[in-house]
Write a protein that binds this ligand. Structure first.
Ligand SMILES: [Zn+2]
Length: 71
């Protein structure tokens, strides 16, 4: 195993009686190290102001002086 994470997943697969997964798979899964950069690149879309304007709102926080006037 390359790491404790893969070992834990393998133990979960075999421990739940799903060991056939290893018999029937025809390719190794894509490495998380290879997949992660594309995932991050996709998520970067949510940093664009044009995308954010559809679901991001600025909270209206009263200035600190507004609270003092009420007392
Ligand atoms: Zn691993």
């Amino acid at each position: 195993m390359c790491c404790a994470g893969c070992q834990a997943v393998a133990q979960a697969i075999v421990g739940n009686g799903l060991g056939d997964y290893y018999r029937h798979r025809d390719a190794f899964p894509e490495s998380p190290r290879e997949a992660l950069p594309q995932v991050l690149a996709d998520l970067a879309l949510f940093d664009l102001p044009d995308v954010q304007k559809n679901f991001v709102r600025r909270a209206r926080v009263p200035p600190a002086s507004a609270n003092r006037k009420r007392r």
